[in-house]
Ligand binder design. Structure first.
Ligand SMILES: [Zn+2]
Length: 453
């Protein structure tokens, strides 16, 4: 640790209270996916204060669909969850979105990314710091013990929607950069902060930034990576699916006609399909977990006394990068699901094939270890700042590192405060001690990276 690095750590220690207060103020601004503007204005103001050159960049839907048709998604709105108002056989095309009656999904109007740039003095390596401002909805408010927008602090934890996923990470990047700026530390490489919209369910904020040509020699996504000693070097992908199964409705008392089955419940057939999907999952996972398959929602039938005419199942197959990164992994998982849904050996299902639709995709990502300088940089910063040997894992859910890495070709890793296991949950919280530690590590990592230390 050189003298400048010691100063950075001291700066963070001396300004802890302000850093915690700022995070609380950010948590208090509701920024559920689709309603990010107010929080983005707040973040931009902070970037201005620390001397960055800032701009609002509205993700350009047309541009991202043109450049990355296989991974671009329609913009999503938090309270509508994942049940998007459109459903096609495969992922939505730009033309389908434009032809739909849902105007709010046709652009990112009033949903800008905030970009903050600090120009380097030259000769160093450039770096992108990326985080998302949007959060999932709060769910059932009565289940929260703490006000979801109260930023209440108890036992060193700050509670609130978005506290860990990932306003903590946004604040971490802002204060790591503030420490460098306030101490007057010059960076050789260009530094770019990105506070993006619509990471949840879509990844459109980051994909928009990539499609607009924003790039750097490396990127750090400040999503919660577990604790301040853990780096994520990849993220899982996900394929969202829906199966509609047809039955034949009949009064329960008339299920059998002349010894033949007449009434067929779509619900009983759904059991066969689910069993086949889970069999596929266990085969994929024979030599280690590669897939995390979820039957999330099931709805079928009208009365207890009638065989169900229809059953609709919705779910997601999360999958590890080992099954394939980028569009190739998505296509492989789609084929596995298709084969399982249509491969049930049942005469009714053969004669009345179910309907399978795919709704939404996240590609899986894994750092290219032939370009892992940024990984080594952060691992070294963890060691020197915290005295810990770093741990490494892959993010369990989707993460915008995939767009920076797969679509942008930028070596990207995930390093940020808190545990992602608490993300999206009731009484979500962040450990404040972890938040402060991550600011220190990140400040040192930026300094070393951009100056080639
Ligand atoms: Zn997140």
């Amino acid at each position: 640790m050189d003298k400048i690095e010691q100063q950075l750590l001291q700066y963070v220690d001396d300004h802890k209270e302000e850093m915690i207060k700022f995070l609380g103020d950010l948590v208090k601004i509701n920024s559920i996916t689709g309603y990010e503007k107010e929080a983005q204005e707040f973040v931009r103001k902070k970037m201005d204060e620390i001397g960055a050159e800032t701009e609002f960049l509205e993700p350009d839907l047309k541009q991202m669909f043109e450049k990355f048709p296989e991974v671009a998604q329609l913009p999503s709105i938090g309270e509508e969850g994942l049940d998007m108002p459109l459903m096609t056989d495969d992922k939505f095309t730009y033309e389908q979105i434009m032809a739909s009656p849902f105007d709010r999904l046709k652009s990112y109007k009033d949903r800008p990314d905030v970009i903050g740039r600090i120009k380097g003095t030259g000769g160093g390596r450039s770096l992108i710091l990326n985080g998302h401002i949007d959060t999932v909805p709060i769910g059932d408010a009565s289940k929260w013990k703490h006000d979801p927008f109260g930023a209440e602090i108890e036992d060193g934890k700050m509670y609130g929607r978005g506290s860990v996923d990932m306003k903590g990470g946004i604040a971490t990047m802002l204060f790591a950069v503030e420490a460098l700026q306030k101490l007057g530390i010059k960076l050789k490489g260009d530094l770019m902060m990105q506070s993006v919209v619509n990471e949840e369910h879509a990844g459109g904020g980051t994909l928009g930034a990539v499609a607009a040509g924003l790039t750097a020699d490396a990127a750090i996504v400040t999503e919660p990576s577990g604790n301040s000693g853990t780096i994520e070097d990849g993220s899982n992908g996900g394929v969202y699916w829906q199966v509609v199964i047809k039955g034949r409705e009949a009064h329960a008392g008339y299920r059998w006609k002349g010894g033949e089955q007449f009434g067929v419940s779509a619900n009983e057939k759904s059991a066969f399909i689910i069993a086949n999907l889970l069999k596929m999952e266990s085969e994929v996972n024979k030599e280690g977990t590669r897939m995390s398959f979820c039957v999330g929602k099931l709805h079928g039938g009208t009365y207890a006394t009638a065989t169900a005419p229809e059953c609709v199942i919705n779910g997601v197959a999360y999958f590890y990068p080992q099954l394939g990164t980028g569009p190739a992994g998505i296509n492989k998982v789609k084929k596995l699901i298709r084969d399982a849904v249509f491969g049930v050996d049942d005469p009714w299902l053969k004669a009345n094939p179910p309907e399978l639709k795919f709704q939404h995709y996240d590609d899986a990502y894994k750092l290219d270890y032939s370009r892992d300088a940024i990984f080594k940089n952060v691992a070294g910063s963890i060691k020197d700042v915290l005295g810990l040997d770093h741990k490494v894992k892959v993010a369990g859910g989707g993460c915008d590192a995939r767009h920076l890495g797969n679509q942008g070709g930028i070596p990207a890793i995930v390093y940020g405060p808190g545990s992602a296991a608490l993300a999206h949950s009731t009484d979500e919280f962040i450990e404040l001690d972890d938040y402060i530690k991550a600011i220190k590590v990140l400040a040192v990592a930026i300094y070393r990276w951009c100056n080639g230390v």
